[in-house]
Design a protein around this ligand. Structure first.
Ligand code: UT7
Length: 331
């Protein structure tokens, strides 16, 4: 009997309407469109505006798109895993809120926080439930409202991030399609370069932490960049090598969208031309856990059954990794 693989069988995505352009950022901080585009590849990003709206609202929209596309009821879903770094609240899990808002009343759910690599961690975790036969329908959501933790007076970070969410449905496949392999890595010593200083149990939020802007993203761009270039390229090359794949065998690279230069370095290492690389950083910026599923959502019409696809990411933690999958359907 063929091994059961976890296959992606539908994709949904959502980005909010409001577009924050580089021109607008030029009026907010000391920056230029030329600097932002040449250093990051970003032209604009989407921002979730509106009182009381959070990551779950974008995740719910992505899930609704996915359910409609697959033509199934929310009641069919058994598990929802949400990868996010900006949960609606410290607790309960944003996955639980998404289940409630999308009517997935038979599902259990939980969140995974692995910063920008969260979607890879969540997809790997969700796949285990399918491969073991524990579940038949699992939804993995990746999304962030990064604007909720961005300091819009800090030019080094506010130009990078955007809001958005994507979702994929995992189902069993016994024809050899679906997730083939996954490499996940972390190194907690890298936390000093990228973190949120206050609001957790080490330093609970107070008047002082808010005054000191410690509830915003703290990032040392250069060391993060250096680690990202090396590790994202290394892990992508490693997953190709151990699965006997060359650049010619790979149909698509789905890279985390943190910086166009990091994406290009990874593609070069994999011997891939740019036409095989999904890039939407120019329009969405870095949506953290949203980047990978949003790429799949946008590119799904161009994907074919049997395509070899590599997903790769690097982010806060540090965390990084890669997944190799065979696309399972024609759109
Ligand atoms: O997804 C999570 C993981 N995160 C990442 O992968 C991000 C990795 N890091 C990066 O993508 C890049 O380091 C950044 C885009 C954040 C920064 O680009 P950089 O080329 O590394 O710039 P830098 O930090 O070395 O700064 C170079 C100069 C500095 O000025 P001086 O000291 O040379 O005078 C900065 O103050 O650019 C200045 N600068 C800016 N200038 C105009 C920094 N931000 C800006 C800005 N506009 N927005």
């Amino acid at each position: 009997m063929q091994k059961i693989h976890a296959a992606i069988t539908a994709v949904g995505g959502y980005v909010p309407d409001y577009v924050l352009t580089n021109a607008e950022l030029e009026k907010m901080v000391d920056t230029t469109d030329e600097w932002i585009q040449s250093r990051t590849g970003i032209k604009e990003r989407h921002i979730l505006k509106g009182e009381g709206l959070g990551t779950s609202d974008m995740g719910t929209e992505a899930v609704k798109v996915l359910l409609e596309k697959r033509g199934i009821s929310p009641l069919d879903i058994e598990l929802v895993i949400c990868a996010t770094t900006t949960p609606d609240m410290q607790f309960p899990a944003t996955a639980n809120v998404i289940c409630d808002k999308a009517g997935m009343k038979n599902a259990f759910g939980y969140d995974i926080n692995a910063a920008c690599s969260g979607f890879l961690y969540a997809l790997t975790t969700g796949a285990q439930y399918i491969e073991t036969g524990r579940c038949k329908k699992v939804i993995v959501v990746g999304g962030d409202k990064m604007s909720s933790i961005v300091d819009y007076t800090d030019r080094a970070t506010c130009i990078i991030f955007g809001d958005g969410a994507g979702a994929v449905l995992l189902e069993p496949n016994d024809e050899g399609y679906g997730i083939q392999d996954s490499i996940l890595r972390s190194d907690g010593s890298g936390r000093i370069h990228l973190h949120q200083k206050a609001g957790g149990s080490v330093k609970p939020a107070s008047m002082e932490t808010v005054m000191n802007k410690e509830h915003y993203i703290y990032q040392e761009g250069q060391p993060v960049f250096k680690f990202a270039v090396k590790n994202m390229a290394d892990v992508s090359a490693e997953i190709m090598e151990r699965n006997g794949l060359t650049g010619d065998d790979v149909a698509w690279l789905v890279p985390h969208q943190a910086n166009k230069r990091i994406i290009s370095a990874t593609a070069d290492r994999m011997n891939l031309s740019e036409d095989k690389v999904m890039i939407n950083i120019d329009r969405y910026g870095n949506t953290t856990n949203g980047t990978l599923p949003l790429c799949l959502w946008e590119w799904q019409k161009r994907l074919h059954k049997g395509d070899n696809i590599i997903l790769a990411a690097f982010g806060g933690g540090f965390t990084w990794g890669a997944i190799y999958l065979k696309w399972a359907y024609e759109s």
